[in-house]
Design a protein around this ligand. Structure first.
Ligand code: SF4
Ligand code: SF4
Length: 210
């Protein structure tokens, strides 16, 4: 019937308006007390309107959220290879990247001059990256992952927006903290929490001892 859409729209607006105050009363007019108040109120279970006061407050991002990629390095307190790159500079991520915004400089052995499976430098132009996640999908070593850090504003659009290896590298435990479920599934598929090379070396060592 003519006009029912308008009434329905007004009813939804009124319901949200009332629910906003009902929710305020329910949580005692507190945004952060108890600690679960903010995540619930700004999430899907929240009722009425709730304004997140960014940048003082931030919306929690889901585990599958993906932003500019980062490189995984071994934890800095790793007993065998602290801070070691998981990346082997195979170049697959650079090949599959649709806008071609990854540059990798492969290391060489100073004695033999032959290429080494580790990157000396690794650059991503974050102004070109479209956060598609293909690099992370295709990496055979689980070495590049999509980050949750979306705060990239800076006064310099040139150098600051080309992330180098130092800027891109983050400890493995960081990946475990932002994506615990995915990290666990990947570890299961690899056969352990460590990089494939470490697992292989340990298996070889154990075999030699037998
Ligand atoms: S695909 Fe993975 S291992 Fe290969 S260069 Fe890229 S990040 Fe490194
Ligand atoms: S997320 Fe996509 S666009 Fe960005 S570096 Fe990876 S493959 Fe390239």
């Amino acid at each position: 019937m003519y006009g029912t859409g308008i009434w329905r729209g007004m009813w939804i607006t009124l319901r949200h308006f009332v629910n906003t105050y009902v929710d305020d009363v329910k949580w005692g007019f507190q945004r952060h007390v108890p600690p679960e108040a903010f995540p619930v109120r700004q999430g899907l279970q929240g009722r009425g309107s709730f304004t997140v006061e960014y940048p003082e407050e931030k919306i929690a991002v889901p585990e599958r959220f993906r932003f500019i990629p980062f490189l995984i390095v071994e934890n800095y307190d790793h007993p065998e290879r602290p801070g070691h790159d998981w990346c082997t500079s195979c170049g697959i991520c650079a090949k599959v990247c649709p806008p071609q915004c990854i540059w990798i400089v492969r290391g060489t052995d100073p004695e033999t001059g032959r290429p080494k499976p580790e990157p000396v430098d690794f650059y991503i132009d974050i102004d070109i990256c479209m956060n598609c996640g293909l690099c992370a999908e295709f990496c055979p070593f689980d070495a590049i992952k999509m980050d949750h850090d979306y705060e990239l504003a800076s006064y310099d659009r040139t150098g600051n927006h080309i992330f180098d290896k130092q800027h891109l590298s983050k400890e493995f435990r960081y990946w475990q903290s932002i994506a615990p479920t995915v990290a666990e599934k990947e570890a299961e598929a690899r056969g352990g929490w460590e990089h494939k090379d470490v697992l292989k070396a340990r298996a070889k060592e154990a075999k030699a001892k037998d």
